[in-house]
Ligand binder design. Structure first.
Ligand code: H2B
Length: 92
């Protein structure tokens, strides 16, 4: 499926509408911190179901109460509107 990657200007514009997300190594990146592992994993469970529904899946890393998320669109070879859509829903 062809998905357009966003331009740098579009990415910077989208970033102004989000909290705590930044571009790190070409991916949309955020670190979430929770009170403990159970809370972090509960969050991951919700995000997993959301990702499956959107057919858009995070690259992520969990250590105890911390979840690091990187979003990119392999099908576009960069960051697309899908990454921002998922980021927005994860934040909700
Ligand atoms: N997730 C992400 N993050 N990027 C993609 O390009 C992507 C995906 N592609 N989830 C989807 C699945 C694709 O592989 C399937 C076939 O729709």
């Amino acid at each position: 499926m062809a998905i357009d990657r966003l331009t740098e200007a579009q990415i910077n514009q989208e970033l102004t509408t989000l909290n705590g997300w930044q571009i790190v190594e070409g991916k949309l990146h955020k670190v979430y911190q929770f009170p403990d592992f159970v809370a972090a994993f509960a969050f991951m469970t919700k995000v997993a179901l959301l990702a499956e529904k959107l057919d858009h899946h995070p690259e992520w890393y969990n250590v105890y109460n911390r979840v690091t998320i990187d979003l990119t669109t392999h099908d576009a070879g960069g960051i697309s509107a899908r990454d921002f859509a998922l980021a927005r829903q994860i934040d909700q």
